[in-house]
Structures are given as C-alpha cells and as structure tokens.
Design a protein around this ligand. Structure first.
Ligand SMILES: [Fe+2]
Length: 404
C-alpha cells in the first residue's frame, strides 16, 4: 500500500543527488585531448604558431582557435616535416586546406576504389571529399610544410559526440567525390543573379593550384574594382570565396554570421572591426599567413595599404549550394552587399564614419601608396577634420531592421 503521509520521504529525496552531467562541449574535450597546443586569440599568424607532435596525423599541429569562430567552425594548422608524410586519416567533418608554406601532395582514396594524387605549392587550396581517407606528403627535404585546415569539426563532434563515429566510420559519400578533373585543378564555372541585379560567379572543384593567380570576376557592389569568386568544394556545406582589393582602395564594411575564417593571401593591409555602438575600432593588420574571424554581427572592413592588389580567402559555414543557415542564405541572396539602410548588411562609403577614411589615408601616408578613392571622398577636407569630429560612437547608418 502506498503511503501518502507527509513524514515519509519520497524516493528522490532519500537518494543523494549526483553531480549533474551538463554543459558538456565534446569538441572542446576532443581538442584538449589531442595533445597539441591550443591557441586562442582574435586572429593568428598561422606561419608562426607553435606546433606540437600530433599522433592523429603522425605529424605536428596546433589548434588556431579564434574568439569569433562561433559554434560551427574551427581551424587547425598541420605541419609536416621535410620528406615526411602524415598518417592516412578520415573524418566525418569537412575540411578546406589552404597551403601556407611548402610543396607537397595529397593522396585521396575515393569510395569507388580509385586513388587520386595531386601536387601543390604555397597558396594552393583543396578540399577533402567527405569521409574519404587522405594522406599528405611533404614533397621536399628542405623545409616543413604548413597547411591551414578550416573545418566544421565543432558542429560534427558536438552533434554526434562519439569520436569513433566521426573518425572511424566506413560510410561512403560517393556523391561528394567530384569529377576526376576536380583533382587536377580544373573546375566548372557558373553564375547566378542575387537580389535581382548582382551577378555572382561560382567555381566548382576540389583543388585550386594557386589562389593568388586564380581568375576573379567583377564584384563592384563591395567597392569599386573589387573582384571575387565563390567556390563549391567537394559538394560541401562549407563555403569559400576569394576577393581582391585593388591598389589604393578598400572594401565597404559589412557584417554577418560568425565563423568566417579570413586568410590573407596576397598583399598587405589591415581590417577594422567594431560593434554597433562602439567608440573604438579593433584593428587587425595582415599579410600572407594571417587569419582572423569577424565575430557575429560585428562590422568589419578590409583595407589595402600596399603597392599591389590584396587578396584574401574566406571560409565559413553554409556554401552557396547548401546555405545551411538562414543568415548564409541571405548572404547568397545578396544581403552582404546591400546597404543596411535597405535591409542588407553593408555600409556604403557615403554613410561611413569619417575616421575610417582618415585612418586609411594616414596609413597610405606611411606606405607611400596613392589613394585611388579621391572621386568618392573629399580627402583634403577629411585630413583637416578637428579631433572632435573624430571621436565618440562610430557612426553607422540607421538599419531598417535585422537582415535575417
Ligand atoms: Fe565579411
């Protein structure tokens, strides 16, 4: 007979409570368990980060984590000694490899039993088709090679939280393998029209020989002379694009979702970042080897200060084909290059805070490069602005609402 008397403790009152198993972060646990250095900063010089022995690859590596990486994406650096090779590995997360330094080759075992081998040098980029086994070789005996590996391991490991499933899974994805030519540096060019007017260009492949010489296409909506191409790599869910800023110019500011790993490829310059309401800019100088991730919804703007065009590679979650998240879908629909006063995410030149152009002119004064933007800005007037016009909350145009 069940007692309902107030004097008898119920079962859950009589058993001491255990420590609750909550707030688990399987990706963090995995990365801490790999035994290699974990670097966490706003951005990194990937060429100089300290690495350590990494048994998973039988090579060296480190995690290059960033404050703005968000919940889905991360980065690690793989270093392979002269004449050495990695252990063959496979995993259920996607990875884009950007060659920072060195010459080598990649061997990929495809689901149909075929094996592809392709050779590369500095500034090449390749993607490993999902869950294919792969191995990386250093092709020289002279120096180590370094590769930046941008990946979606956080979402994959946190979703399944079973490392055997992620790293020891024989399931094959033949639809991700791509055509034979996609491992030779060939590809397929296609276009689409965003926001009814903005022509965008797409290149589908698995491998690009050299991002610094790859053909780009006009993308004036992000600033005069801007050029760009988006990639579909290994039919993946991760996105990559390369953009170029002409000499003597800079891009327009914009903001978007977290996790875009921006790698400088060519040229020199800096990026400014600020949240709406900030009074100070955060500045990140860059050249090849530098990578950073603009945090969620933080305005950011890229400035070329050098004597040649500046290129960068951006890798993020949500490809043009598979946007995955609504914010990325909006980007592909054109919101990233439409004024926030029109419901987009961009700050037009005429709406930007005067400190932005002033600071850039001062930087050009140091580098000796001439501004090519005199037709847009009254530069003599900007250089004469008094200090009181160059302080306080950074001005941004009024947004008509969240672009989500
Ligand atoms: Fe951006």
């Amino acid at each position: 007979m069940t007692s309902h008397g107030g004097a008898n403790p119920s079962a859950n009152e009589s058993v001491p409570a255990k420590q609750a198993n909550v707030l688990v972060d399987p990706y963090r646990d995995w990365s801490e368990g790999e035994g290699i250095p974990i670097h966490l900063d706003f951005g990194h010089n990937l060429l100089e980060l300290e690495t350590g022995p990494w048994d998973r690859y039988e090579a060296r590596g480190c995690f290059a984590h960033t404050h703005g990486a968000g919940d889905f994406m991360a980065n690690y650096v793989l270093e392979v000694a002269p004449s050495a090779k990695t252990r063959p590995v496979r995993h259920l997360y996607e990875v884009f490899c950007f060659v920072l330094a060195g010459h080598g080759s990649t061997k990929v075992w495809l689901p149909n039993g075929e094996v592809r081998v392709f050779e590369w040098g500095p500034k090449a980029m390749f993607a490993i088709p999902l869950n294919c086994q792969y191995q990386i070789f250093n092709g020289t005996g002279a120096r180590p090679l370094r590769i930046s590996c941008t990946n979606n391991a956080p979402i994959t490991i946190n979703l399944y939280h079973n490392l055997d499933f992620v790293f020891d899974n024989s399931f094959a994805f033949p639809e991700r393998a791509g055509q034979s030519k996609h491992f030779d540096g060939e590809g397929d060019h296609s276009t689409w029209i965003a926001a009814n007017t903005i022509k965008r260009n797409l290149w589908e492949t698995n491998f690009v020989h050299d991002l610094s010489s790859f053909k780009l296409y006009e993308f004036e909506e992000r600033g005069k002379g801007s050029t760009n191409v988006s990639f579909i790599l290994a039919d993946g869910t991760m996105h990559a694009h390369v953009s170029q800023i002409p000499k003597g110019r800079y891009k327009k500011a914009h903001r978007h979702a977290a996790g875009t790993h921006v790698h400088a490829v060519d040229g020199v310059g800096y990026s400014l970042l600020w949240h709406e309401g900030d009074s100070e800019f955060k500045e990140f100088p860059w050249q090849h080897g530098f990578m950073y991730t603009p945090p969620f919804w933080m305005f950011h703007q890229h400035f070329n200060t050098g004597p040649s065009p500046a290129r960068y590679l951006a890798c993020s979650l949500g490809s043009r084909r598979y946007p995955f998240i609504s914010l990325r879908r909006k980007s592909s629909e054109g919101a990233g290059s439409i004024s926030i006063s029109q419901g987009g995410r961009q700050i037009e030149y005429e709406d930007q805070d005067p400190r932005i152009h002033r600071k850039w002119l001062e930087a050009l004064g140091t580098s000796g490069v001439a501004s090519e933007m005199g037709e847009i800005f009254d530069e003599p007037a900007i250089l004469k602005l008094p200090p009181e016009a160059l302080s306080g909350v950074i001005s941004t145009p009024r947004s008509i609402g969240p672009a989500v």
